[in-house]
Every structure is written in structure tokens, then in C-alpha cells.
Design a protein around this ligand. Structure first.
Ligand SMILES: Cc1ncc(COP(=O)(O)O)c(C=O)c1O
Length: 380
């Protein structure tokens, strides 16, 4: 079990930040390494050939270890989720008339590229909305997704958890079902990887796409992705020099190469060596490894459990633990609680959460503590 890690962050004690799903605060060590690498270019001769490659290779190894993938060359560095998903949609093999399964109200960067693919190639989007009735919501939603998969399914592309309310999707069962019908499984891990265990030896997804500034705790602008064997010979959405064979040989760059560097390298963004962001994300992953995702989950559970139970007795609805995660959950309010009044109370107390309609999204991390949850509860 870990203890509160607030001392590693530069948070203002006047504020209660329960909004890691929006973006994580930066660790002091992550900020420091970012400032160091920022300064390095003041004297460009200090940026050597090895700086283009080694930090990137290290980051790929770190992420591969985090998601339990044996081959770091299957990891790509991406500037955004939309970029990663576009590389996926460009490289699927499909027949006209097939269907694409998405969860209702999922994040737009995992929607628009599918919509375009469907419009351009006569494919159908099947959007599986959350059940209206909230009692068995997570369980029924998972069932509805499984039932929607049929012989004409090309792909299921969803989150491991829903970004708006933390509903957990049962990736193992979805993988089994997609395998039955030979469909791809693509996961947007932005709201989970880094805080929730993701073991690709179990889920065996075809691609995992993650923004890096939330639960991976990096800067805004660099994320990470995994591309499985089905993408090995694909065509990337852009053609950068560094992803071609032998790109480390700077003298011979115009000896143009047909071949890409292996596996997922081709799906990395141009200027992948982005010294500042790479060093920051790498430092953050070191810390996440020290903590361990299972400890992050149990820590978030330990600080929020009392509040969740108390809110339920006040008539609030929060998903059962089997179908949600501890680092991100939605609270649906009973009619007796006026959301506008609650919002102003939270604002007055400088407690930061997110709002969606009549639901509140709360997303804690190891920099929070039980006293902050108590303060939050007192506003109800
Ligand atoms: C589930 C999910 N995916 C992706 C993103 C960000 O997408 P992008 O990196 O394309 O801006 C967010 C941001 O909130 C998100 O919650």
C-alpha cells in the first residue's frame, strides 16, 4: 500500500483537485526534467545524435513493460489519440457493409475517424448507448456490447473505462467475442492506462491508443500507442525520415529507403525525438512503475470509499465496484439535490471536479487524501 504522494507535486493546498481525468498535475521531478531538456537547446551542440534515439527507445521500453508487451518496437509515440486512431482506421482490412462498434458518448477522438471511415466505405456505425435504468448499468452495458458483435463486425473500438463516468468494460470477454468473429479490438486507454492495470498478455488488443497527459502524467502533446501484428505492414498517415530503415546514419539520409523501421515505428509522429516531452513522460513512467497501478487503485479506493458509501445513503447513485474503477467515477444526483447549488458550494470551497448533465465526475489520484474527500462530502 502506498501513502499520500502529495509532496511530489506542486499543488496549492487551498485547492482540492479531484480532476485527474481532465489532466494530471505535473510532478516536480517531471517539471524539472522538462526544464533541463528545454534549456539544452540553448546550446544546440549539446543535443547529440544519441538524443534523437535513446530517450525514445527507453520510453518505448517503459511503456511496453507497463502494458506487458514483450516487444518495445510495437510502441509508437503519438501527439494525440486522434492521430493514433487515424493510423488504425487507415490500416484496417474490411468489406463493404461491415459494422463498427463504439460505446455511446465516447470521446470524440475515438469517434470522428470511425464516422469518416464508415461514410467513405459504406460501413455502419453501431453505437451502443448506456442503459437508461441505472441499477445494473455497467453490467447491462457490457452485455449490450457483447450482443452487438456479429459476423459482420469489423471492429470494436472503445475505452477500457468510459471517460465520462468510469464504467469499466470487460475487455477479456470483448476480446473473446471479437476473436470468434475475426474482428479487430482497438482500445483508447487514455482514461485508464497508468492508473489501472492493463495486461496485454490477457487482453491481446490489436491496438491501444493513449493520451499521455492524464494518467500517464506527462506533458500535454505526447501520448503512447501499441500496434499489434495486424498493423505490421501498414501505411502510416505521414512519412517522416526517422521511421525509415537506417535513419540513425545521418550522412546517408538521402539514400532513400523503401523499408520502415520494424513494427510500430512507422506510426510514431514526425519529430518523435521531442526531447522535452519524451524526457518528461519517461520520468513520469518511472514514478508510476514505483507506485504500481494496483497500489494506485487501492489507494484511491481507501480515500474515497467512506465518501461513496455516505453519498449512497443520501440517494446518490454510483456504479458498483465490479463495473467501475477507483480513479474515476460518476455520481448521479437524486432530485432532492440541486446541482447548481452544489456546484457553487464546491466552487466556494475550491474543490475541482467535472460536470456532465446531472452527473459529477470525480477522479482522484495519489496526491489526494481522505480529508479532501471529507471536504467534498461536506458540500452535499
Ligand atoms: C477517452 C479520451 N480519449 C482521448 C482524449 C484526448 O484526445 P486527443 O489526444 O485526440 O486530444 C481524452 C481527453 O479527455 C479522453 O478522455
Amino acid at each position: 500500500m502506498i501513502t499520500c504522494q502529495k509532496h511530489l507535486f506542486d499543488l496549492d493546498p487551498e485547492f482540492t483537485y479531484l480532476n485527474g481525468a481532465y489532466m494530471s498535475p505535473q510532478m516536480k521531478a517531471v517539471h524539472a526534467v522538462g526544464m533541463d531538456t528545454l534549456s539544452k537547446k540553448n546550446q544546440p551542440w549539446k543535443v547529440g545524435l544519441e538524443d534523437f534515439f535513446e530517450p525514445v527507445e527507453k520510453l518505448k521500453r517503459q511503456f511496453a513493460e507497463l502494458i506487458n508487451v514483450a516487444e518495445p518496437q510495437r510502441i509508437a509515440l503519438i501527439p494525440s489519440v486522434s492521430y493514433g486512431i487515424s493510423n488504425v482506421t487507415r490500416n484496417l482490412k474490411f468489406r463493404s457493409g461491415q459494422n463498427i462498434i463504439l460505446a455511446g458518448e465516447q470521446f470524440p477522438s475515438n469517434y470522428y475517424a470511425w464516422k469518416r471511415l464508415a461514410d467513405e466505405h459504406n460501413l455502419t456505425l453501431r453505437i451502443i448507448a448506456a442503459p437508461e435504468d441505472s441499477n445494473q448499468r455497467g453490467k447491462e452495458w457490457n452485455q449490450k456490447i457483447l450482443e452487438a458483435i456479429d459476423n459482420e463486425t469489423l471492429v470494436v473500438s472503445i475505452g477500457h473505462v468510459h471517460w465520462a463516468d468510469g464504467t469499466r468494460f470487460d475487455l477479456k470477454s470483448i476480446r473473446n467475442r471479437t476473436n470468434d468473429v475475426d474482428a479487430y479490438l482497438i482500445i483508447d486507454g487514455t482514461q485508464s492506462v497508468g492508473a489501472l492495470k492493463f495486461d496485454n498478455s490477457i487482453f491481446e488488443v490489436d491496438a491501444l491508443i493513449c493520451g499521455g497527459y492524464k494518467w500517464l502524467m506527462g506533458a500535454y502533446g505526447l501520448g503512447l500507442a501499441y500496434f499489434g501484428p495486424k498493423f505490421d505492414n501498414g501505411i502510416p498517415i505521414e512519412e517522416n525520415w526517422i521511421h525509415r530503415h537506417n535513419s540513425q546514419d545521418f550522412k546517408n539520409l538521402v539514400n532513400y529507403q523503401e523499408e520502415y523501421r520494424p513494427f510500430a515505428n512507422r506510426y510514431s509522429v514526425g519529430e518523435v525525438s521531442n526531447f522535452i516531452y519524451v524526457s518528461m513522460l519517461s520520468k513520469a513512467l518511472e514514478k508510476i512503475k514505483d507506485w504500481g497501478t494496483e497500489n494506485i487503485q487501492s489507494y484511491c479506493h481507501s480515500i474515497s470509499d467512506h465518501t461513496i458509501n455516505a453519498l449512497r445513503t443520501k440517494g446518490c447513485w454510483i456504479e458498483e465496484i465490479d463495473f467501475r474503477v477507483n480513479h474515476l467515477f460518476g455520481i448521479r444526483l437524486p432530485e432532492s439535490i440541486d446541482i447548481e447549488k452544489l456546484k457553487s458550494k464546491l466552487q466556494e470551497k475550491q474543490i475541482i471536479v467535472s460536470y456532465r448533465g446531472t452527473a459529477i465526475r470525480v477522479s482522484p489520484h495519489v496526491y489526494n487524501d481522505e480529508a479532501e474527500f471529507k471536504k467534498f462530502l461536506d458540500c452535499f
